[in-house]
Design a protein around this ligand. Structure first.
Ligand code: FAD
Ligand code: UDP
Length: 382
């Protein structure tokens, strides 16, 4: 009896940041990968396409930001970055407010222009909580009810279809509250937007002799053909889908995007948030302000509408509340007992940004390549 090794070392499901990073590093260490994606393109949710000369972020605005120099050096091998610094405004009625909350915001709302004046007002506004666990508790403890209602409540209800009192504080703790006039959304050492778009960046990352790509291929549909092609499967789709939802469905939130093409400049910046509950969308993205394309005569704007996740729509955000975290733990136990590597936002059910997913892929692939257990994975019988 002879054994035949499969043609690929890795079958990587998902050509997003996790899958592309894993494939590239594996290839540079001499391992062959087949990367499949059910979408007709690579780059996952970071996918951009050119419309009227503008890189349109097809699945929502993506700003690359990181303090991890290894991750920054890695992505810079595949694209130059436009030095974009993300600044957001919030539209409340006819007011345009600075966000995340900073000294300018306190001046706009309360006329408080110094940190001392802000502190004095906040001392009256804050609703203390020893151990804030929900979004609501955390925001009320930081800034009180007025700012909670102005900036957070409506937006969060629309985005997550839950009251902030029912959501873990981690969801909003990523938004800073500042007492100086720093109005940057992210303060990471490195931030920017890839020149030429994210699609080109990930195409370049995947451009290697030891990487083969098949788009428009759904692993869950084509599993019997695909699985025998590689020694090991790397899965970046929904972990509950991989296991046939056997313990029940994990919860995700989805989005619907509505584009409009117009002439001129609609809002003068990339993002304006709309926290009012009466407005059905959460933000408007004007794509030409991301990568130095602001002088183009036309513009593409996208209104972003939160949506329920049904089997037919895309799972953009894992809802990591207590119930779903417990359900995920059951799937994670199954995953740990399998020979499959799970990674990325959906594979590990975490609200990760790109740099976190890339760092996760870097450490996972390094561990897998170094682990001799991988070599014991079953080979095909001929
Ligand atoms: P994805 O990018 O989701 O890629 C997974 C891929 O797997 C998908 O292409 C999917 O089609 C494919 N797939 C799934 N199941 C199957 C299957 N059964 N068969 C074949 N293929 C399958 N991050 C930032 O750093 N900055 C931002 O500004 C930012 N903004 C965001 C805005 C929005 C609206 C969203 C939704 C996310 C944002 N993110 C941002 C997060 C970023 O999108 C993720 O961190 C990143 O895309 C995760 O990479 P991934 O490879 O894990 O997953
Ligand atoms: N958020 C809010 N108001 C805003 C912006 C954000 O209440 O104007 C809350 C909301 O709950 C959101 C979370 O903060 O889901 C994280 O916001 P972020 O901008 O990081 O969301 P993402 O870009 O990941 O969609």
């Amino acid at each position: 009896m002879t054994t035949r090794r499969p043609p690929f070392d890795f079958l990587i499901v998902g050509a997003g940041p996790f899958g592309a990073t894993f494939a590239r590093i594996a290839a540079e260490a001499g391992h062959r990968s087949l990367v499949v994606d059910r979408r007709p393109h690579v780059a996952g949710n970071c996918y951009t396409e050119r419309v009227r000369g503008i890189d349109v972020h097809r699945y929502g605005p993506h700003i690359f930001h990181t303090n991890d120099s290894r991750v920054w050096a890695f992505v810079n091998r595949f694209a130059d970055f436009h030095p974009y610094v993300h600044r957001v405004a919030v539209r409340q009625g006819d007011r345009l407010l600075s966000f995340p909350i900073n000294l300018r915001t306190f001046a706009q709302l309360w006329g408080a222009r110094t940190p001392a004046a802000v502190e004095e007002r906040l001392a009256r506004e804050r609703i203390p909580c020893d151990n804030p666990r929900t979004c609501e508790e955390w925001i009320l403890a930081q800034v009180g009810r007025e700012l909670y209602e102005t900036f957070f409540r409506g937006y969060t209800v629309k985005q997550w279809n839950r009251d902030p009192s029912q959501l873990p504080a981690t969801i909003v703790r990523r938004i800073p509250i500042r007492f100086d006039d720093d109005d940057r959304y992210f303060t990471d050492r490195h931030q920017g937007i890839p020149v030429g778009g994210y699609t080109r960046l990930f195409e370049n990352m995947l451009d290697h002799d030891l990487i083969q790509i098949e788009t428009g291929v759904d692993f869950c549909v084509d599993r019997r053909r695909l699985e025998p092609l590689a020694t090991q499967v790397v899965f970046t789709g929904c972990i509950d889908e991989f296991f046939g939802h056997r313990f029940g469905r994990l919860e995700y939130r989805s989005l619907r995007f509505e584009d409009e093409i117009l002439t001129g400049d609609f809002q003068g910046r990339a993002i304006v948030n709309y926290p009012e509950q009466a407005v059905p969308f959460t933000r408007i993205c004007e794509h030409k302000h991301f990568a130095g394309q602001g002088r183009l005569p036309e513009s593409v704007i996208t209104r972003e509408y939160p949506a329920d996740y049904a089997a037919t729509t895309t799972p953009y955000y894992p809802v990591r509340d207590a119930r779903n975290a417990a359900l995920y733990d059951r799937y994670r136990a199954l995953a740990a007992a399998s020979n499959v590597i799970f990674g990325g936002r959906l594979g590990t059910f975490q609200y990760f940004d790109m740099h976190q997913v890339i760092a996760q892929a870097m450490s996972t692939v390094a561990t897998v390549i170094a682990d001799p257990h991988r070599a014991r994975a079953p080979a095909l019988l001929s």
